[in-house]
Each structure stands twice: as C-alpha cells, then as structure tokens.
Design a protein around this ligand. Structure first.
Ligand code: FES
Length: 101
C-alpha cells in the first residue's frame, strides 16, 4: 500500500528539524503540527497561532500537508516549500519540516 493513500487518521507521527536535531513527533488526530510539537516539549518559533504573522514559517522537506488558513505566505513562498506550522495538517506519514531554514 502506498503511504500516499493513508488517511489523516492513520498518521502516527511526523519529523521536524529544530536547532540542528531531528525529532519524531507524535501526531494527534485533528491537530496542527505546531500543537503537536508544543505538546511534545519542543519550542518552535510562533506568535499568532492564526496564520497571520509568519513567525512559524518552516520549509517542508518531505511529505504533504494541507494548510487550514494562509494569510501570509505568497505563491512564491508556497512554491519554495514554505508552510505554516500553526496551520498545517499532515496528509501522509512522510512529513518532514525544517524549522531551522
Ligand atoms: S504563528 Fe503566526 S502564522 Fe503561525
């Protein structure tokens, strides 16, 4: 079975690079990546938690995510792989985001 056919309910974790370390972060159904990272004791940069400020912007290096809202990233940003941690839901279990980029 391709991992691309997983539903959001099947996603157990995602990976995040923060301060030079790569972490496997448990994914909790329905939550955005930022909430899962905070719950796991990580401290990625964020402010508004509402898709406005861009502080939580990270580069997606792998997998697919869907953003609930995006009021700050341009088409160019999106094309370059940037996503907002506070708005992103993983769509498969291969998500890897780089918070240091
Ligand atoms: S924390 Fe402001 S856009 Fe995510």
């Amino acid at each position: 079975m391709s991992t691309n056919s997983l539903s959001a309910n099947d996603i157990k974790s995602f990976r995040a690079i923060l301060d030079g370390e790569e972490y496997e972060v448990p994914y909790h159904r329905g939550e955005v990546l930022l909430d899962c990272m905070l719950r796991d004791g990580l401290d990625p940069a964020f402010q508004c938690m509402d898709g406005h400020c861009g502080t939580c912007m990270v580069i997606r290096l792998g997998g697919e995510v869907e953003m609930r809202k995006n009021n700050v990233l341009s088409q160019r940003d999106l094309g370059a792989g940037y996503v907002l941690l506070c708005q992103s839901i993983p769509l498969n279990d291969e998500v890897l985001v780089d918070c240091d980029g």
